[in-house]
Design a protein around this ligand. Structure first.
Ligand code: NIG
Ligand code: FE
Length: 410
């Protein structure tokens, strides 16, 4: 079935050819067509252009007068498979405890792991599917999801099998990342090597055998996994074909960027604390830096120095980090607005970072991330707005009229 969208006020992120990412000054360029049409057939974009060239013989026409169309957001970093919530820790932080103190007192990631270990597969699936549906309504049309709240062989596999079931039941691109190295479980606190061996010798082979993940992640941070640990785990993952996407530089800069690049990481994520060496190391690599401004907002920690990184010629992607501890929000609209407001990215840079560059950061740029012929018909129709800059400007307002995934409104 062919559907024609007519009188689109502005069609945003239009790319004639499949480019995979934009960097530096090019991030300021957001190609658009004013007074446009868009033609889809079943689940694919098949044509677009100026309204005067719109085709006539189609099955259905949808009038978009006053509205804009842009590709759905590509959220390349989430942890939406989790059990329960950590609202109490949120209140504890309001009352003066730090994120680090809470983690040291048995809260944080191991608190979520305890809850998840006690949650059945079906319950975990239901909770996670609800979050996935929530973010789809908010305009996300491709998502990466991590494990890492299991921390036992069984519970990590449970998480990854939930992701597998989400892939089967929802028709947006979903990528799975194994993050067994998210925290040391309490019982391994004094035997860190033992836990790393468990990851390498037991978790990884099972994951590879069941084909449960595309990517491998490590929380490379002071007090969590060292650069040496990260090296060992990424190396073992790579041998099984898992591509690294790594949590680095959230609180300290210890060489996480460099070890990730050594293994040709697809992305390095967080980057709240970046020195000049870290920025230089990323130049001329295929590794996408990913900023998570909602995490900075929620934890009151520094924002990734996006301006400096982009001005140094680097690309940048934006993602939510949706998780129960540091970012209980999967709203990419808020991410885009916060990137503009707090990180001084222009609306063009932020939209590029949240679409085409986000797609790159999870290896789906051949399918989504731009309005390109042959790509998936995954896009957002906005309400009537004066300009696309209105999207970050009106932070907190819901400007989405309809979300199309796989050629169908959801
Ligand atoms: O990306 N930094 C590591 N992991 C998550 C949060 C973990 C948690 O507090 O549950 C993050 O922020
Ligand atoms: Fe994260």
């Amino acid at each position: 079935m062919k559907i024609l969208f007519t009188n689109i006020k502005e069609l945003i992120q239009v790319r004639e050819t499949t480019i995979t990412k934009v960097s530096g000054k090019d991030m300021r360029i957001l190609p658009t067509i004013k007074n446009a049409f868009l033609l889809i057939e079943n689940d694919k974009i098949i044509d677009f252009g100026e309204m005067k060239n719109a085709p006539t013989s189609v099955s259905k026409t949808i009038d978009c007068t006053g509205k804009m169309i842009l590709p759905t957001w590509c959220d390349s970093h989430t942890h939406i498979v989790y059990a329960g919530n950590r609202e109490q820790e949120f209140v504890d932080r309001i009352n003066g405890l730090t994120y680090e103190e809470i983690a040291n007192n048995g809260g944080g990631i191991v608190n979520s792991a305890k809850k998840l270990q006690q949650t059945s597969f079906d319950d975990l699936y239901q909770q996670s599917a609800k979050r996935l549906e929530e973010i789809m309504q908010l305009g996300t049309g491709a998502v990466e999801i991590k494990s890492g709240y299991g921390l036992t062989v069984e519970a990590e596999l449970k998480m990854l099998r939930v992701i597998k079931k989400l892939k089967e039941n929802y028709n947006l691109p979903i990528k799975a990342t194994f993050l067994g190295a998210h925290a040391f479980p309490t019982e391994y606190k004094n035997n860190k090597e033992g836990y790393i061996n468990l990851i390498i010798d037991e978790m990884l082979p099972k994951i590879a055998e069941e084909n449960l993940a595309e990517f491998i992640d490590v929380f490379c941070e002071t007090g969590y996994f060292s650069v040496e640990d990260t090296d060992k785990i990424l190396s073992a993952g790579k041998k099984l074909g898992l591509i690294p996407k790594v949590h680095v530089n959230q609180f300290t800069t210890i060489g996480g960027v460099q070890v990730s690049i050594k293994y040709n990481a697809l992305s390095v994520d967080h980057l709240e604390v970046m020195n000049d060496n870290d920025i230089d190391a990323l130049k001329n690599t295929g590794t996408m830096p990913v900023a998570l401004p909602s995490c900075s907002y929620f934890l009151s920690i520094p924002y990734t120095p996006a301006r400096k990184m982009i001005d140094n010629g680097l690309p940048l992607a934006l993602a939510t980090d949706y998780n129960p501890g540091s970012t209980p929000s999967g709203n990419m609209n808020f991410v885009v607005a916060t990137a503009c407001i707090k990180m001084k990215m222009t609306p063009e840079e932020a939209i590029n970072a949240a679409t085409i560059n986000g797609a790159y950061a999870m290896n789906v740029s051949n399918e989504v991330g731009s309005i390109t012929k042959g790509k998936k018909a995954n896009f957002i129709i906005t309400k009537e707005i004066p300009s696309y800059g209105f999207i970050p400007y009106s932070f907190g307002s819901n400007l989405i009229d309809t979300v199309f995934i796989d050629g169908k409104s959801i």
